[in-house]
Design a binder for this molecule. Structure first.
Ligand code: CIR
Length: 270
């Protein structure tokens, strides 16, 4: 089925619509957390060039980049995990990895300029990479990083605003959004070995191509889909369905288990 919702749309001219919070790749990224990928040397200058090119793609899709201050924390570039930004509020997470908790104060300070803040408190843990928002449904991965207490706290914060929270089982990967992301209004890109697709009734599920297991992480932005160049067969599958694909090379960030969603926090301007 062709998802016509994704037909290229003209970019807004001279009007601030989206802010993308990003952060420089840390000089200590080679000490990043890893869950299922074997550690490999990361070429820091190349990682930084790839990250700049990623930011340039976001700008080309209508985002204004707001760079957070650089931190000497290995995974600080992966800002997505530190917050969940909704129309009405931003929720500062409590990342599941201890080494990542010091990333949140600078994100909270930046988001406080744009949204009312909520917070996940101990003993809850939640990584933004585990939250897939489709309209007013928040699918939340029960992963090694996000626990039931964190999910319950999220529910208490957002249900009064009219959101539904749907826990989803994930296995074999880091986050829910390693396994499934949104590519069109009603279309998700999914790797079913990592999440089996139950719970997404009513949505069109597009499977990644065989041999491209890590290819389910795509970033839908400004009428297009930012997508890693490492997965050409899945990319073709998306293009055949009418999605406008913007390829990005993120080989060095992928060695840290990073994808295209995790390097930004998109804040729709109000
Ligand atoms: C971590 O393990 O936390 C980082 N090395 C990778 C985080 C990637 N985040 C994401 O996909 N949302």
């Amino acid at each position: 089925m062709r998802d016509t919702s994704n037909a290229p749309t003209p970019l807004p001219k001279g009007k601030l619509l989206l802010i993308a919070l990003t952060r420089e790749v840390s000089s200590t990224i080679d000490r990043c957390e890893l869950t299922h990928v074997a550690r490999e040397p990361i070429d820091l200058p190349l990682a930084r060039r790839q990250h700049r090119a990623y930011e340039a793609c976001l700008e080309a899709r209508g985002c204004t980049i707001e760079r957070l201050e650089e931190l000497d924390l290995p995974d600080a570039v992966f800002v997505e995990d530190t917050a969940l930004v909704l129309g009405e509020l931003a929720i500062i997470t409590r990342p599941g990895a201890l080494s990542r908790r010091a990333e949140t104060p600078t994100v909270a300070a930046a988001l406080a300029l744009h949204r009312r803040l909520g917070r996940i408190e101990p003993p809850g843990t939640l990584d933004g990479g585990d939250v897939l928002a489709v309209d007013r449904t928040l699918y939340v991965g029960r992963s090694g990083r996000s626990n039931d207490d964190g999910i319950d706290q999220l529910r208490a914060l957002v249900e009064p605003l009219g959101y539904r929270v749907r826990p989803v089982e994930v296995r074999g990967c880091l986050h829910l959004k390693s396994a499934v992301t949104q590519v069109g209004d009603r279309s998700l890109l999914i790797h079913r070995a990592w999440t089996d697709g139950r719970g997404f009734e009513g949505l069109d599920l597009i499977d990644v191509a065989a041999g491209e297991e890590a290819g389910a992480n795509a970033l839908r932005i400004g009428g297009a889909v930012l997508y890693p160049s490492a997965f050409p067969r899945t990319r073709q599958r998306l293009a055949d369905r009418g999605f406008q694909i913007v390829p990005v090379e993120i080989s060095e960030l992928a060695k840290a288990e990073g994808g295209v969603t995790c390097c930004s926090l998109i804040v729709p301007a109000r």
